[in-house]
Design a protein around this ligand. Structure first.
Ligand code: SF4
Ligand code: SF4
Length: 164
């Protein structure tokens, strides 16, 4: 009985200390401030710089969480190929299946960090021009699958990676 009472008192004291002194918290003061001021920045889920705008991610998303947004100023990323749109993820619809990441040609064909990820895209290590010069590193099945998801111009662009 005495042991039980001691445990109860210890538990109550620890909780009191946690609540009053804010002990045991893992989040930093900076993040806490952002949470209470509703200023936590949204996740960076698309790297526009290394995206070729092929819309493969849009076509493969099972929850229709991706919208392709037209670029105000289309970009010629290599001679004769204009990037006219980039994806945006609605995180409220995203179920983090990562289909978009895995099918993205930059990842699946060149083995580079994909410009799209449901959680966080991270930092690119190469420019899109450098990536496209790399040899294609994908089995024929992947190219076949991609050919059903992306326009022929985009397919021709990534297959151009076979040329050194
Ligand atoms: S990770 Fe999210 S955005 Fe990407 S395909 Fe899955 S549901 Fe769609
Ligand atoms: S699949 Fe990759 S390259 Fe194609 S639009 Fe989506 S993010 Fe961009």
């Amino acid at each position: 009985m005495i042991t039980f009472l001691r445990l109860m008192l210890e538990g109550a004291y620890r909780n009191f200390a946690r609540i009053v002194n804010k002990a045991d918290r893992a989040t930093s003061i900076e993040i806490r401030r952002k949470v209470v001021t509703l200023s936590v920045p949204p996740l960076d889920t698309v790297l526009d710089e290394t995206c070729i705008g092929c819309s493969g991610c849009y076509n493969v998303c099972p929850t229709k969480a991706i919208t392709m947004v037209p670029l105000e100023r289309p970009v010629e990323i290599v001679e004769g190929y204009m990037k006219t749109q980039v994806p945006r993820i609605d995180l409220e619809k995203c179920v983090y299946c990562l289909n978009c990441h895995d099918i993205c040609p930059i990842y699946s064909v060149f083995g580079e960090a994909a410009p799209i990820h449901g959680r966080d895209v991270g930092t690119p290590h190469m420019t899109i021009q450098e990536i496209l010069k790399k040899p294609v590193r994908a089995p024929p099945e992947t190219i076949e699958q991609l050919s059903k998801l992306i326009p022929v111009e985009s397919l021709a662009l990534i297959k151009g990676g076979e040329r050194k």
